[in-house]
Design a protein around this ligand. Structure first.
Ligand code: HEC
Ligand code: HEC
Length: 265
């Protein structure tokens, strides 16, 4: 008998014992094909550590590692967090935002968080980041979008006067070939393919609260004129509604197809 077959026989002899030891204590939790357990939900999500674990597991990939600099709206923004009613924040996290890329985290799905955990997570997030960022950026404009009462024509001229030089419609295609890219110039927000991916609420939240992490002003300004110079001035709730109406209308320049429209409940 050579060495290898000796090892194989030894393993063979031990296998029933290993199987017995391996299966007996875990019982039905280890059925073949059952996915490994998701990290157990942190019940104490309202504590700084518990909150952070859940944030890292569930939110950081889209909303940024430390609550900022992600693709989605930063949550490390006290003014924003306090403007969204606690119950609404709870239902956004539990149910997600219909037809958008914002998933829901509650329910019976594997790894789903129960209501108690989500409530304490919301509490944890508000206590961790409730003071973060500059105050006064939103000028008290409510978080919730006012659906359908904006004037798109007025929105178009506001956009040209205050926004277009940071959001030119041909970006980012031209930026790649620009040897000296302007660091203030951001992506297009008038591209219909972009607009199909985001809701009116997403547009409204970004315009009102800005993105301090990326240089996007909120309703308090300042903005940037067509000549590239800083334009002082502020937006009021009517201006924001007009801007959202103008941008939102850009979705329909594509033939009909899937689109996100209203956003958070
Ligand atoms: C797969 C990416 C993804 C993950 C993961 C994710 N989000 Fe989102 N979230 C989005 C997108 C995209 C939107 C914008 C949807 C829209 O167009 O209205 C959004 C929107 C939101 C909004 C509403 C913003 C507003 O004012 O319009 C909140 C609040 C939010 N997310 C919180 C969270 C929290 C908290 C977590 C973790 C528990 C999380 N998200 C995980 C992608 C994600
Ligand atoms: C100083 C430059 C600047 C000005 C002025 C500015 N933005 Fe922005 N904006 C940004 C940057 C930077 C971002 C982050 C996203 C990016 O880099 O493309 C952003 C993000 C946004 C987004 C969210 C994009 C997303 O991630 O889904 C919207 C919507 C938006 N801006 C609309 C506006 C509107 C409307 C105005 C005028 C009232 C405006 N912006 C003025 C720089 C600016």
């Amino acid at each position: 008998m050579n060495r290898t077959s000796g090892i194989i026989r030894a393993i063979g002899a031990a296998t029933p014992l290993v199987m017995l030891i391996g299966t007996a204590p875990s019982g039905c939790d280890r059925l073949p094909g059952k996915p490994p357990p998701y990290p157990p939900p942190v019940v104490s999500a309202s504590t700084p550590a518990g909150f952070k674990t859940t944030w890292t597991d569930r939110c950081s990939g889209c909303h940024g590692a430390d609550g900022a600099l992600g693709a989605g709206l930063p949550m490390r923004n006290g003014e924003y967090l306090m403007a969204v009613p606690e119950d609404t924040m709870f239902s956004i996290i539990r149910d997600g935002i219909p037809s958008s890329r914002m998933p829901g985290f509650g329910g019976d799905a594997i790894g789903g968080l129960d209501d108690e955990v989500i409530r304490s997570f919301v509490e944890g997030m508000r206590s961790a980041w409730g003071d973060a960022g500059a105050a006064g950026v939103s000028r008290g404009i409510p978080w919730k979008v006012d659906a359908g009462d904006g004037d798109p024509t007025r929105g178009a001229s506001l956009f040209a006067a205050k926004c277009a030089s940071c959001h030119p419609s041909d970006e980012p295609a031209n930026r790649a070939v620009d040897p000296n890219p302007d660091p203030l110039v951001a992506g297009s927000v008038t591209d219909p393919f972009y607009l199909r991916l985001v809701s009116d609420q997403h547009l409204h939240s970004n315009i009102v609260f800005g993105r301090a992490d990326l240089g996007m002003p909120g309703a308090a300004g300042p903005f940037r004129g067509p000549d590239g110079r800083t334009v002082e001035g502020t937006l009021d709730a009517g201006d924001v509604a007009d801007l959202v109406a103008y941008l939102g209308a850009g979705r329909s320049s594509l033939p009909s197809g899937p689109e996100v429209k209203d956003g958070a409940p």
